[in-house]
Write a protein that binds this ligand. Sequence first.
Ligand SMILES: [Zn+2]
Length: 622
Amino acid sequence: MVLKKPVSLMLSGLILGSGFLAGGGASHADENGEFGTLGNDGELRVMNQNNQGPPSFVAGMLSERFEQANGQNAKRFLEQHKDVFEMDAPEQNLKEVRATEDELGMTHVRLQQTKDGVPVDRNELNVHFNENNEVTVVNGNYDSKLDEIKLDTTPRLAKNSAMEVAKDAVNAPDFIEFEKSDLIVYPFQDDYFLAYRVNLEFHSGAAGNWFIYVDAHSGDIIDRYDAMTGIGHFEEMLDTAPVTEEDPGAFQSQFTSGISPLSIDPDTLHQSRGKGIGTTGAQKNLNLGHGPGENGGQTFYLADQRSDEMDGIYTYNMQNTTNRMWLYENDNASWKNVVYDGDSSSWETVGQGPGVDAHKNSRIVYDYFKENHGRNSLDDNGMAIESRVHYATEFNNAFWSNGLAMMTYGDGDGQQFIPLAALDVTAHEMMHGITHYNGGLRYRFETGAVNEAFSDTFGSIIDDRSWHVGEDIMGEAWLEDGRFALRSSEDPGLFPVNQSFWAYSVDGEGRYPSHMEEFYFLPGNMDNGGVHINCTILQHSAYLVSEEYDMGRDVVADVWYRSYDYLHFDATFAEFREAILQSAIDLYGENSEEYDAFLGAFDDIGLYEGWDYDENFRDPLW
Ligand SMILES: [Zn+2]
């Protein structure tokens, strides 16, 4: 027994919040008062959106002191209160994902729901201990119905057969950069499936980062979506040809310096300083690597190895292809070592601008997170920061790739975009990497918009010249149209969304939303349910906190960054709200002006406690 005393079951807690009272299936605690019994002392804050199982968010003094704050005791706590949390056997059905202690001494435990040992897709539950090892918050998804139902969790379909089915379903090319298949339980449309969750990422042909759910008994496709995390979603606006693989035999590029791409061992490079000119003409100092080149000269690389505690910053030249494996088929060298090269420490020709920008901006973003959040690279474990520039031909996007663990930037077609490695875009893409290593936010519907909002918000925190996104990447046609940025956190309605989405706007005018009444209820096959559209509502609240409530960017950054601990893979807007408010309480206290600012900004954007997608759903206008 680790508890020093049994948990008090006094009826002293208060249940607060309209979301809790109004939400679907939210009345368990109201009926029997059981959540009230959890609070030893003071108030409970409860928010519920789950139709099956415990509330989405319960905060208060929930337990006595444990000897240790860890996954075992988190599960023990839930086991002791399994009736309250509507769980059959939490110690058996929850698997620890991680337990991390933060700078305030609090411990955050993430648990994965399982059924007969098989993980349940998307269902994660967090248990949080304060610095005294008392449980203060439980939040996330737990589906109680799964404890009761019978499900055959022995697959009849072999894993490699599921992989073939998945590849066929998305017309995957022969060369696939990343593939993974996991047996999971998939809750989908009020039913439960044993499924293989197949993740395929490829960049030849029509690039994609697909999640395909294959029924592990029948082999049927249950569901699929493309989780490629770009800066935007512009298919309808493109009049350029789709991205296609270059013919290796006809390789030509206007961007090469005349030196053949080399496969180098980064460890053999010497470090040197250099300078370059970015896409918009700005002069920049660069950290380069250099080594022996042709004809006794030196070759300089976009290779920055100046930080001992991390594995370096490398920028690669894709030379307008989407995959350069073919260059190395004969000598078996790794394409990852194809660092962008030049013949001097001066990177000042026009074609070198995207490399200069991506390389320099990666260093700026790395330094920002190290200095302000104590984070050592994207994974907080010193991983190398790798970027690819000159990707494909006239490619109007930039993206982070989970499978490759790197950023990629197109050159744009000059009309919509010019090369995309500007600072706010670089920060945006690197933030997708940070989101991924912090546990991920599903790139779909509300959660996907939360994911995008993190990226845009940190784009404007690190590139602090404005609260607009993409001012330095706009091409000629858009500038002539008066479109000077891609999105705005300051005034989202400044810009229209793609015309194909206008029917889903509240008034038919198709502006980016700044209030929950303007939320776009898009189907999953349109911008993954509006991930690049509804995000502006949330990032507008960040702008309001910083500028209208005058808290400044650092307060927004600290609270948003901390809120990852209170999110989970399938978090909704209402859960994001609770995560932000709890983070503000942790850092500044409930009676602080900072907390009031976040609360006020949520009111301003109409994101009230327990906001529910289904309850607010609105059909398209046409
Ligand atoms: Zn993005």
